[in-house]
Design a protein around this ligand. Sequence first.
Ligand SMILES: [Zn+2]
Length: 173
Amino acid sequence: MKKNRSMERLWAPWRARYIQHIGRIKGCVFCKRLGERRDAKNFIVTRTRYSFAVLNIFPYNNGHVMVMPKRHTNSFRGMTQAEKCDLLDLIDDMKGRLSYTLRPDGFNIGINLGAAGGAGVRGHIHVHIVPRWVGDTNFMPVLAGTKVVSESLESVYRRLTQCSTDKRSKKRK
Ligand SMILES: [Zn+2]
């Protein structure tokens, strides 16, 4: 039977530990990180007026970033027009940084809403940006129960923070 490629999914077994981990933290894990003002330690790549971008420390794939409003809200309805525009701009900026530094073949960009939708942190809306490479849903996770994420979080963080839009456009000239 021909294999249905659309059924292939990235599989990240360490996500189970993440769910346990955040279950033990009191309050919102994103608001906590934002309030700590230790961006490098917390892998906060950048802050804009209304939004921020952070590396997912339990990534689905190399370079997995989450972009979200600074304000704690669980829906788009709870956001102002300015906050929504700012969020979209930051999604576009992070996608640009990831394209430039990691050269993926594509992206999955989306939101998990509610428990059934797979949301780990339900109270604070966040948009996942997951870079994809051809062949990244390979047999390794299925057979070995492990997944090869080729680059450390520190390394990805360094590359993304050093890759602002200004620097990218200067290099193109
Ligand atoms: Zn929050």
